[in-house]
Design a protein around this ligand. Structure first.
Ligand SMILES: Cc1cc2nc3c(=O)[nH]c(=O)nc-3n(C[C@H](O)[C@H](O)[C@H](O)COP(=O)(O)OP(=O)(O)OC[C@H]3O[C@@H](n4cnc5c(N)ncnc54)[C@H](O)[C@@H]3O)c2cc1C
Length: 450
Protein backbone atom coordinates (compact mmCIF):
# COMPACT_ATOMS: atom_id res chain seq x y z
CA UNK A 1 0.00 0.00 0.00
CA UNK A 2 1.10 3.56 -0.64
CA UNK A 3 0.54 6.13 2.11
CA UNK A 4 0.68 6.32 5.87
CA UNK A 5 -1.70 4.20 7.92
CA UNK A 6 -3.99 6.55 9.83
CA UNK A 7 -7.36 6.45 11.55
CA UNK A 8 -9.47 8.95 9.61
CA UNK A 9 -13.11 9.98 9.51
CA UNK A 10 -15.37 12.56 7.89
CA UNK A 11 -16.42 15.85 9.50
CA UNK A 12 -18.75 14.04 11.94
CA UNK A 13 -15.81 12.10 13.45
CA UNK A 14 -17.94 8.99 13.00
CA UNK A 15 -17.05 6.35 11.96
CA UNK A 16 -13.24 6.31 12.18
CA UNK A 17 -11.44 3.82 9.98
CA UNK A 18 -7.80 2.93 9.31
CA UNK A 19 -6.78 3.91 5.80
CA UNK A 20 -3.47 4.36 3.95
CA UNK A 21 -3.44 8.12 3.41
CA UNK A 22 -1.19 9.78 0.80
CA UNK A 23 -0.98 13.41 -0.29
CA UNK A 24 -1.09 13.49 -4.09
CA UNK A 25 0.94 16.24 -5.77
CA UNK A 26 0.40 15.30 -9.40
CA UNK A 27 -0.99 12.67 -11.76
CA UNK A 28 2.20 10.62 -11.33
CA UNK A 29 1.45 10.16 -7.62
CA UNK A 30 -2.08 9.06 -8.46
CA UNK A 31 -0.96 6.60 -11.14
CA UNK A 32 1.45 5.14 -8.64
CA UNK A 33 -1.30 4.71 -6.04
CA UNK A 34 -3.54 3.15 -8.68
CA UNK A 35 -1.09 0.25 -9.05
CA UNK A 36 -2.61 -1.09 -5.85
CA UNK A 37 -6.28 -1.78 -6.37
CA UNK A 38 -8.75 0.16 -4.23
CA UNK A 39 -8.35 3.90 -3.94
CA UNK A 40 -10.60 6.84 -3.13
CA UNK A 41 -9.97 10.57 -3.51
CA UNK A 42 -10.37 12.96 -0.60
CA UNK A 43 -10.76 16.74 -0.61
CA UNK A 44 -11.05 18.75 2.61
CA UNK A 45 -12.89 15.95 4.45
CA UNK A 46 -16.09 18.01 4.94
CA UNK A 47 -18.41 15.14 4.05
CA UNK A 48 -19.83 14.09 7.37
CA UNK A 49 -19.60 10.29 7.13
CA UNK A 50 -17.47 7.64 5.41
CA UNK A 51 -17.39 9.06 1.87
CA UNK A 52 -13.67 9.80 1.77
CA UNK A 53 -12.56 6.91 4.00
CA UNK A 54 -11.27 3.53 2.78
CA UNK A 55 -10.79 0.90 5.48
CA UNK A 56 -7.40 -0.90 5.11
CA UNK A 57 -7.11 0.66 1.66
CA UNK A 58 -5.85 3.84 0.06
CA UNK A 59 -7.02 7.43 0.29
CA UNK A 60 -5.45 10.10 -1.94
CA UNK A 61 -5.75 13.61 -0.47
CA UNK A 62 -6.07 16.01 -3.40
CA UNK A 63 -5.84 19.42 -1.76
CA UNK A 64 -2.32 20.09 -3.09
CA UNK A 65 -3.59 19.68 -6.65
CA UNK A 66 -5.20 23.09 -6.43
CA UNK A 67 -3.65 25.34 -9.08
CA UNK A 68 -5.66 27.87 -11.08
CA UNK A 69 -5.04 27.19 -14.78
CA UNK A 70 -7.10 29.74 -16.69
CA UNK A 71 -9.36 32.70 -15.90
CA UNK A 72 -11.70 34.41 -18.34
CA UNK A 73 -12.46 37.69 -16.61
CA UNK A 74 -15.12 38.71 -19.14
CA UNK A 75 -17.28 35.63 -18.78
CA UNK A 76 -16.25 34.67 -15.23
CA UNK A 77 -15.05 31.21 -16.27
CA UNK A 78 -12.33 29.56 -14.20
CA UNK A 79 -10.37 26.41 -15.00
CA UNK A 80 -8.59 24.99 -11.96
CA UNK A 81 -7.37 21.75 -10.52
CA UNK A 82 -10.12 19.94 -8.64
CA UNK A 83 -8.32 20.24 -5.29
CA UNK A 84 -8.88 24.02 -5.29
CA UNK A 85 -11.34 25.04 -2.59
CA UNK A 86 -14.21 27.51 -2.57
CA UNK A 87 -12.22 29.47 0.00
CA UNK A 88 -9.26 29.80 -2.39
CA UNK A 89 -11.56 30.80 -5.24
CA UNK A 90 -13.41 33.39 -3.14
CA UNK A 91 -10.16 34.88 -1.78
CA UNK A 92 -8.76 35.30 -5.29
CA UNK A 93 -11.84 36.31 -7.24
CA UNK A 94 -14.34 38.02 -4.90
CA UNK A 95 -12.15 41.18 -4.82
CA UNK A 96 -12.53 41.18 -8.64
CA UNK A 97 -16.32 40.93 -8.39
CA UNK A 98 -16.99 37.20 -8.74
CA UNK A 99 -18.38 34.61 -6.32
CA UNK A 100 -19.02 30.87 -6.79
CA UNK A 101 -22.57 30.31 -8.08
CA UNK A 102 -23.38 27.62 -5.53
CA UNK A 103 -22.15 27.96 -1.94
CA UNK A 104 -22.82 25.30 0.73
CA UNK A 105 -22.66 26.01 4.48
CA UNK A 106 -18.84 25.96 4.52
CA UNK A 107 -16.22 27.38 2.15
CA UNK A 108 -13.79 24.59 3.07
CA UNK A 109 -14.83 22.25 0.26
CA UNK A 110 -12.86 21.37 -2.86
CA UNK A 111 -14.33 21.55 -6.34
CA UNK A 112 -13.80 17.77 -6.69
CA UNK A 113 -15.75 17.20 -3.46
CA UNK A 114 -18.47 19.62 -4.60
CA UNK A 115 -18.95 17.56 -7.78
CA UNK A 116 -18.79 14.16 -6.05
CA UNK A 117 -21.70 15.16 -3.76
CA UNK A 118 -23.35 17.58 -6.21
CA UNK A 119 -23.63 20.05 -3.37
CA UNK A 120 -26.44 22.58 -2.98
CA UNK A 121 -26.83 25.87 -1.15
CA UNK A 122 -29.54 28.13 0.23
CA UNK A 123 -30.58 29.05 -3.33
CA UNK A 124 -31.29 25.54 -4.59
CA UNK A 125 -34.88 26.47 -5.45
CA UNK A 126 -33.49 29.08 -7.91
CA UNK A 127 -29.95 28.02 -8.84
CA UNK A 128 -30.11 24.20 -8.59
CA UNK A 129 -27.12 22.14 -7.52
CA UNK A 130 -23.37 22.37 -8.26
CA UNK A 131 -23.72 20.74 -11.68
CA UNK A 132 -25.26 24.00 -12.90
CA UNK A 133 -21.98 25.88 -12.63
CA UNK A 134 -19.75 23.14 -14.08
CA UNK A 135 -19.02 23.33 -17.80
CA UNK A 136 -16.64 20.37 -18.01
CA UNK A 137 -14.00 18.39 -16.13
CA UNK A 138 -11.16 16.00 -16.85
CA UNK A 139 -11.00 12.73 -14.97
CA UNK A 140 -8.35 10.05 -14.47
CA UNK A 141 -10.04 6.70 -15.03
CA UNK A 142 -9.29 3.20 -13.75
CA UNK A 143 -7.72 2.24 -17.11
CA UNK A 144 -5.32 5.22 -16.67
CA UNK A 145 -6.86 7.27 -19.48
CA UNK A 146 -7.76 10.90 -18.86
CA UNK A 147 -11.11 11.84 -20.41
CA UNK A 148 -12.89 15.16 -20.73
CA UNK A 149 -16.54 15.06 -19.66
CA UNK A 150 -19.23 17.67 -20.34
CA UNK A 151 -22.88 17.78 -21.29
CA UNK A 152 -21.91 16.95 -24.88
CA UNK A 153 -18.68 14.95 -24.48
CA UNK A 154 -18.95 11.68 -22.53
CA UNK A 155 -22.27 12.90 -21.06
CA UNK A 156 -22.88 9.65 -19.12
CA UNK A 157 -19.57 10.07 -17.32
CA UNK A 158 -20.35 13.75 -16.72
CA UNK A 159 -23.77 13.17 -15.10
CA UNK A 160 -22.75 10.06 -13.14
CA UNK A 161 -20.02 12.04 -11.33
CA UNK A 162 -22.51 14.47 -9.77
CA UNK A 163 -23.46 12.60 -6.61
CA UNK A 164 -21.14 9.78 -7.73
CA UNK A 165 -19.12 9.88 -4.47
CA UNK A 166 -15.76 9.91 -6.25
CA UNK A 167 -16.28 6.33 -7.40
CA UNK A 168 -15.68 6.80 -11.14
CA UNK A 169 -12.14 8.16 -11.00
CA UNK A 170 -10.11 11.13 -9.81
CA UNK A 171 -11.32 14.46 -11.18
CA UNK A 172 -8.21 16.40 -12.15
CA UNK A 173 -9.31 19.74 -13.59
CA UNK A 174 -12.65 21.53 -13.72
CA UNK A 175 -14.05 24.48 -15.67
CA UNK A 176 -16.69 26.38 -13.72
CA UNK A 177 -18.77 29.50 -14.22
CA UNK A 178 -18.79 32.10 -11.45
CA UNK A 179 -21.42 34.77 -10.67
CA UNK A 180 -20.80 38.48 -11.18
CA UNK A 181 -21.44 40.51 -8.03
CA UNK A 182 -21.46 44.22 -7.24
CA UNK A 183 -20.66 43.66 -3.58
CA UNK A 184 -19.72 40.83 -1.23
CA UNK A 185 -22.69 41.79 0.96
CA UNK A 186 -26.20 40.38 1.15
CA UNK A 187 -29.39 42.18 2.05
CA UNK A 188 -31.36 39.97 4.40
CA UNK A 189 -34.44 39.86 6.53
CA UNK A 190 -35.66 37.33 9.01
CA UNK A 191 -39.08 36.25 10.21
CA UNK A 192 -40.03 34.61 13.46
CA UNK A 193 -42.04 31.49 12.61
CA UNK A 194 -44.81 30.29 14.97
CA UNK A 195 -45.42 26.78 13.71
CA UNK A 196 -45.19 24.49 10.68
CA UNK A 197 -48.20 26.00 8.85
CA UNK A 198 -46.63 29.41 9.22
CA UNK A 199 -43.24 28.06 8.04
CA UNK A 200 -44.60 26.48 4.86
CA UNK A 201 -46.75 29.53 4.09
CA UNK A 202 -43.80 31.92 4.58
CA UNK A 203 -41.54 29.79 2.36
CA UNK A 204 -44.18 29.64 -0.40
CA UNK A 205 -44.81 33.37 -0.29
CA UNK A 206 -41.15 34.37 -0.39
CA UNK A 207 -39.22 31.80 -2.33
CA UNK A 208 -39.44 33.52 -5.71
CA UNK A 209 -38.71 36.99 -4.29
CA UNK A 210 -35.53 35.90 -2.54
CA UNK A 211 -32.72 33.88 -4.09
CA UNK A 212 -31.60 32.64 -0.69
CA UNK A 213 -33.90 31.19 1.92
CA UNK A 214 -33.21 28.94 4.85
CA UNK A 215 -34.89 28.33 8.17
CA UNK A 216 -33.70 27.19 11.52
CA UNK A 217 -36.24 24.93 13.22
CA UNK A 218 -36.55 24.11 16.90
CA UNK A 219 -36.70 20.32 16.57
CA UNK A 220 -37.53 19.88 20.27
CA UNK A 221 -40.71 21.99 19.99
CA UNK A 222 -43.97 20.04 20.21
CA UNK A 223 -47.75 20.61 19.94
CA UNK A 224 -48.77 24.09 18.77
CA UNK A 225 -45.13 25.13 18.50
CA UNK A 226 -44.06 22.21 16.32
CA UNK A 227 -42.17 23.58 13.31
CA UNK A 228 -41.44 26.95 14.95
CA UNK A 229 -38.16 28.71 14.23
CA UNK A 230 -36.70 31.58 12.25
CA UNK A 231 -36.73 32.01 8.47
CA UNK A 232 -33.91 34.02 6.90
CA UNK A 233 -34.29 35.41 3.38
CA UNK A 234 -31.77 37.32 1.32
CA UNK A 235 -30.47 38.61 -2.01
CA UNK A 236 -27.05 39.73 -3.17
CA UNK A 237 -26.73 43.46 -2.36
CA UNK A 238 -26.26 45.90 -5.25
CA UNK A 239 -23.68 48.65 -4.85
CA UNK A 240 -26.23 51.46 -4.73
CA UNK A 241 -28.17 49.71 -1.96
CA UNK A 242 -25.21 49.58 0.44
CA UNK A 243 -24.91 52.01 3.34
CA UNK A 244 -22.12 54.61 2.83
CA UNK A 245 -19.79 52.85 5.26
CA UNK A 246 -19.87 49.57 3.32
CA UNK A 247 -19.63 51.31 -0.08
CA UNK A 248 -16.01 52.23 0.74
CA UNK A 249 -14.94 48.59 0.34
CA UNK A 250 -17.84 46.77 -1.34
CA UNK A 251 -15.81 43.71 -2.38
CA UNK A 252 -14.24 43.09 1.00
CA UNK A 253 -13.13 39.55 1.79
CA UNK A 254 -12.86 37.96 5.17
CA UNK A 255 -9.59 37.16 7.01
CA UNK A 256 -9.13 33.54 8.17
CA UNK A 257 -10.76 32.76 11.52
CA UNK A 258 -8.53 32.65 14.60
CA UNK A 259 -11.10 30.94 16.83
CA UNK A 260 -10.77 27.22 17.25
CA UNK A 261 -12.06 24.33 19.39
CA UNK A 262 -8.61 23.02 20.39
CA UNK A 263 -9.66 19.54 21.53
CA UNK A 264 -12.70 17.27 21.75
CA UNK A 265 -15.18 18.58 24.32
CA UNK A 266 -16.57 16.06 26.83
CA UNK A 267 -19.50 14.13 25.33
CA UNK A 268 -21.95 15.24 28.04
CA UNK A 269 -21.77 18.89 26.87
CA UNK A 270 -24.77 18.44 24.57
CA UNK A 271 -28.00 17.15 26.07
CA UNK A 272 -31.65 18.14 25.72
CA UNK A 273 -31.30 20.83 28.37
CA UNK A 274 -28.21 22.51 26.93
CA UNK A 275 -29.68 22.20 23.43
CA UNK A 276 -32.90 23.91 24.55
CA UNK A 277 -30.82 26.74 25.98
CA UNK A 278 -28.68 26.96 22.85
CA UNK A 279 -31.85 26.92 20.71
CA UNK A 280 -33.04 30.05 22.50
CA UNK A 281 -29.74 31.77 21.80
CA UNK A 282 -29.85 30.72 18.12
CA UNK A 283 -33.47 31.93 17.80
CA UNK A 284 -32.47 35.30 19.25
CA UNK A 285 -29.38 35.74 17.05
CA UNK A 286 -31.15 34.55 13.89
CA UNK A 287 -34.12 36.79 14.50
CA UNK A 288 -32.19 40.01 15.00
CA UNK A 289 -29.82 40.19 12.05
CA UNK A 290 -28.31 43.26 10.44
CA UNK A 291 -29.92 44.26 7.16
CA UNK A 292 -26.61 44.09 5.27
CA UNK A 293 -24.42 41.13 6.03
CA UNK A 294 -21.09 39.99 4.63
CA UNK A 295 -21.02 36.74 2.59
CA UNK A 296 -18.92 35.12 5.30
CA UNK A 297 -21.70 35.41 7.89
CA UNK A 298 -24.47 34.91 5.34
CA UNK A 299 -23.14 31.68 3.79
CA UNK A 300 -20.59 30.33 6.23
CA UNK A 301 -21.46 31.24 9.84
CA UNK A 302 -20.04 27.94 11.13
CA UNK A 303 -16.62 28.64 9.59
CA UNK A 304 -16.12 31.30 12.29
CA UNK A 305 -14.88 28.55 14.63
CA UNK A 306 -12.28 26.11 13.34
CA UNK A 307 -12.81 22.45 14.28
CA UNK A 308 -16.28 23.16 15.73
CA UNK A 309 -17.01 19.47 15.07
CA UNK A 310 -14.93 18.66 18.18
CA UNK A 311 -17.70 20.27 20.24
CA UNK A 312 -19.68 17.03 19.92
CA UNK A 313 -17.03 15.08 21.78
CA UNK A 314 -15.05 12.01 20.75
CA UNK A 315 -18.11 9.88 20.04
CA UNK A 316 -18.79 12.14 17.05
CA UNK A 317 -22.07 13.11 15.41
CA UNK A 318 -24.03 12.52 12.25
CA UNK A 319 -25.82 15.00 10.10
CA UNK A 320 -29.09 13.47 9.02
CA UNK A 321 -30.46 15.28 5.96
CA UNK A 322 -33.51 14.14 4.05
CA UNK A 323 -35.74 15.55 1.32
CA UNK A 324 -39.42 14.64 0.93
CA UNK A 325 -41.90 15.63 -1.81
CA UNK A 326 -44.22 18.62 -1.38
CA UNK A 327 -47.21 16.33 -1.80
CA UNK A 328 -48.44 15.41 1.70
CA UNK A 329 -45.39 17.37 2.84
CA UNK A 330 -47.01 18.95 5.86
CA UNK A 331 -48.47 15.69 7.20
CA UNK A 332 -45.16 13.89 6.75
CA UNK A 333 -43.14 16.71 8.30
CA UNK A 334 -45.40 16.71 11.36
CA UNK A 335 -44.90 12.97 11.78
CA UNK A 336 -41.14 13.19 11.28
CA UNK A 337 -40.72 16.15 13.66
CA UNK A 338 -42.83 14.35 16.28
CA UNK A 339 -40.68 11.23 15.91
CA UNK A 340 -37.54 13.32 16.40
CA UNK A 341 -38.85 15.25 19.41
CA UNK A 342 -39.96 11.96 21.06
CA UNK A 343 -36.83 10.00 20.13
CA UNK A 344 -34.77 10.85 23.18
CA UNK A 345 -31.93 11.71 20.78
CA UNK A 346 -30.57 15.26 20.82
CA UNK A 347 -31.29 17.17 17.60
CA UNK A 348 -29.10 20.23 17.17
CA UNK A 349 -28.65 22.87 14.43
CA UNK A 350 -31.73 21.95 12.40
CA UNK A 351 -31.82 23.55 8.99
CA UNK A 352 -34.98 23.51 6.87
CA UNK A 353 -35.59 24.69 3.31
CA UNK A 354 -37.43 24.12 0.06
CA UNK A 355 -35.56 22.50 -2.82
CA UNK A 356 -36.00 22.89 -6.57
CA UNK A 357 -35.91 20.41 -9.46
CA UNK A 358 -33.88 17.18 -9.47
CA UNK A 359 -30.78 16.78 -11.65
CA UNK A 360 -28.19 14.03 -12.11
CA UNK A 361 -28.45 10.31 -11.34
CA UNK A 362 -27.41 9.93 -7.70
CA UNK A 363 -27.80 13.63 -6.91
CA UNK A 364 -29.68 14.21 -3.69
CA UNK A 365 -31.99 17.20 -4.24
CA UNK A 366 -35.47 17.07 -5.74
CA UNK A 367 -38.49 19.38 -5.48
CA UNK A 368 -39.70 19.25 -1.90
CA UNK A 369 -38.75 20.00 1.68
CA UNK A 370 -35.37 19.25 3.16
CA UNK A 371 -34.33 19.12 6.80
CA UNK A 372 -30.76 18.64 8.07
CA UNK A 373 -30.25 17.75 11.73
CA UNK A 374 -27.06 17.13 13.71
CA UNK A 375 -27.31 14.31 16.24
CA UNK A 376 -24.52 13.30 18.63
CA UNK A 377 -23.82 9.60 18.15
CA UNK A 378 -25.31 7.37 20.86
CA UNK A 379 -26.55 3.79 20.97
CA UNK A 380 -30.08 5.12 21.04
CA UNK A 381 -29.48 7.18 17.89
CA UNK A 382 -28.20 4.16 15.97
CA UNK A 383 -31.44 2.36 16.89
CA UNK A 384 -33.52 5.39 15.89
CA UNK A 385 -32.17 6.31 12.41
CA UNK A 386 -33.45 3.11 10.70
CA UNK A 387 -36.97 4.04 11.89
CA UNK A 388 -36.50 7.55 10.55
CA UNK A 389 -35.15 6.15 7.25
CA UNK A 390 -38.27 4.01 6.91
CA UNK A 391 -40.51 7.02 7.55
CA UNK A 392 -38.58 9.17 5.03
CA UNK A 393 -38.85 6.39 2.43
CA UNK A 394 -42.56 5.99 3.14
CA UNK A 395 -42.97 9.73 2.51
CA UNK A 396 -41.32 9.29 -0.91
CA UNK A 397 -38.07 10.83 0.30
CA UNK A 398 -34.39 10.08 0.47
CA UNK A 399 -31.24 10.77 2.48
CA UNK A 400 -28.31 12.96 1.36
CA UNK A 401 -25.45 10.51 0.73
CA UNK A 402 -22.80 13.24 1.09
CA UNK A 403 -23.69 13.51 4.78
CA UNK A 404 -24.80 9.99 5.54
CA UNK A 405 -22.93 7.57 7.81
CA UNK A 406 -25.57 4.99 8.71
CA UNK A 407 -28.00 4.17 5.86
CA UNK A 408 -28.14 0.50 4.84
CA UNK A 409 -27.96 -0.95 1.33
CA UNK A 410 -31.58 -2.07 1.10
CA UNK A 411 -32.93 1.31 2.14
CA UNK A 412 -30.49 3.15 -0.16
CA UNK A 413 -31.58 1.12 -3.19
CA UNK A 414 -35.23 1.87 -2.48
CA UNK A 415 -34.53 5.57 -1.99
CA UNK A 416 -32.41 5.86 -5.15
CA UNK A 417 -34.01 3.50 -7.71
CA UNK A 418 -31.84 5.15 -10.42
CA UNK A 419 -28.80 3.49 -8.80
CA UNK A 420 -28.97 0.67 -11.39
CA UNK A 421 -28.35 3.14 -14.22
CA UNK A 422 -25.40 4.55 -12.27
CA UNK A 423 -24.03 1.02 -11.70
CA UNK A 424 -24.09 0.42 -15.50
CA UNK A 425 -21.92 3.52 -15.98
CA UNK A 426 -19.61 2.45 -13.14
CA UNK A 427 -19.22 -0.95 -14.81
CA UNK A 428 -18.35 0.67 -18.14
CA UNK A 429 -15.63 2.92 -16.66
CA UNK A 430 -14.40 0.96 -13.65
CA UNK A 431 -15.27 -2.73 -14.13
CA UNK A 432 -12.71 -3.89 -11.54
CA UNK A 433 -13.94 -1.41 -8.87
CA UNK A 434 -10.53 0.20 -8.50
CA UNK A 435 -12.29 3.20 -6.96
CA UNK A 436 -14.17 2.28 -3.79
CA UNK A 437 -14.70 3.54 -0.26
CA UNK A 438 -16.42 2.65 2.97
CA UNK A 439 -19.72 4.19 1.85
CA UNK A 440 -19.61 2.42 -1.52
CA UNK A 441 -19.25 -0.96 0.21
CA UNK A 442 -21.87 -0.10 2.83
CA UNK A 443 -24.44 0.85 0.16
CA UNK A 444 -23.58 -1.96 -2.26
CA UNK A 445 -22.18 0.37 -4.94
CA UNK A 446 -19.03 -1.76 -4.94
CA UNK A 447 -18.62 -5.31 -3.57
CA UNK A 448 -18.36 -5.74 0.20
CA UNK A 449 -14.85 -6.39 1.57
CA UNK A 450 -14.35 -10.08 1.57
C1 LIG B 1 -20.31 23.01 8.07
C2 LIG B 1 -20.70 22.26 6.83
C3 LIG B 1 -21.75 22.75 6.07
C4 LIG B 1 -22.12 22.08 4.91
N1 LIG B 1 -23.17 22.59 4.17
C5 LIG B 1 -23.56 21.96 3.06
C6 LIG B 1 -24.63 22.48 2.27
O1 LIG B 1 -25.21 23.51 2.58
N2 LIG B 1 -24.96 21.80 1.13
C7 LIG B 1 -24.30 20.67 0.74
O2 LIG B 1 -24.65 20.12 -0.31
N3 LIG B 1 -23.29 20.17 1.47
C8 LIG B 1 -22.91 20.78 2.61
N4 LIG B 1 -21.86 20.26 3.34
C9 LIG B 1 -21.20 19.06 2.87
C10 LIG B 1 -20.03 19.40 1.93
O3 LIG B 1 -20.35 20.47 1.08
C11 LIG B 1 -19.75 18.20 1.04
O4 LIG B 1 -19.57 17.06 1.80
C12 LIG B 1 -18.53 18.39 0.12
O5 LIG B 1 -18.57 17.37 -0.84
C13 LIG B 1 -17.22 18.33 0.89
O6 LIG B 1 -16.14 18.56 0.00
P1 LIG B 1 -14.67 18.08 0.40
O7 LIG B 1 -13.70 18.74 -0.50
O8 LIG B 1 -14.46 18.27 1.86
O9 LIG B 1 -14.77 16.56 0.03
P2 LIG B 1 -14.47 15.25 0.93
O10 LIG B 1 -15.44 15.25 2.06
O11 LIG B 1 -13.05 15.13 1.22
O12 LIG B 1 -14.91 14.14 -0.12
C14 LIG B 1 -16.26 14.08 -0.54
C15 LIG B 1 -16.40 13.16 -1.73
O13 LIG B 1 -15.73 13.74 -2.83
C16 LIG B 1 -14.86 12.82 -3.43
N5 LIG B 1 -13.79 13.61 -4.03
C17 LIG B 1 -13.10 14.63 -3.49
N6 LIG B 1 -12.25 15.15 -4.38
C18 LIG B 1 -12.39 14.42 -5.52
C19 LIG B 1 -11.78 14.45 -6.81
N7 LIG B 1 -10.84 15.36 -7.14
N8 LIG B 1 -12.17 13.53 -7.72
C20 LIG B 1 -13.13 12.63 -7.44
N9 LIG B 1 -13.75 12.56 -6.24
C21 LIG B 1 -13.37 13.44 -5.30
C22 LIG B 1 -14.45 11.90 -2.30
O14 LIG B 1 -14.03 10.65 -2.79
C23 LIG B 1 -15.75 11.80 -1.50
O15 LIG B 1 -16.59 10.82 -2.05
C24 LIG B 1 -21.45 20.90 4.51
C25 LIG B 1 -20.39 20.41 5.27
C26 LIG B 1 -20.02 21.08 6.43
C27 LIG B 1 -18.88 20.53 7.26
Amino acid sequence: MIGKKEAIAGWGNFPFSESYVMQARDEGDLLNAMKENNLIGRGLGRSYGDQAVNDQNQVAVLTKMNRFLDWDATEGILTCEAGASLEEIISALAPRGWLPMICPGTKFVTIGGAIANDIHGKAHHIDGSFVNCVLSFSILLADRRILLASRTENPDLFWANFGGLGLLGIILTVTIKLRKIESTYFRQKSMKIKNLDHMLEALNENDQMYNYSVAWIDALAKGKKLGSGVLTLGNSAKLNELPEKLKKNPLKIHPPSKLTVPFFLPSFTLNNLTVQMLNRVIAFVQNSPREFVHYEKFFFPLDAINHWNRGYGKRGFIQYQFVIPEENGKKNLVEILEMIADSGCTPFLNVFKKMGEAQGILSFPFRGYTLAIDFPVTKRLLGFTPKLDAKVLDAGGRIYLGKDAVLNEDMFKKMYPEYQHWMDIKKAFDPGNLFSSNISRRLGLTPKAG
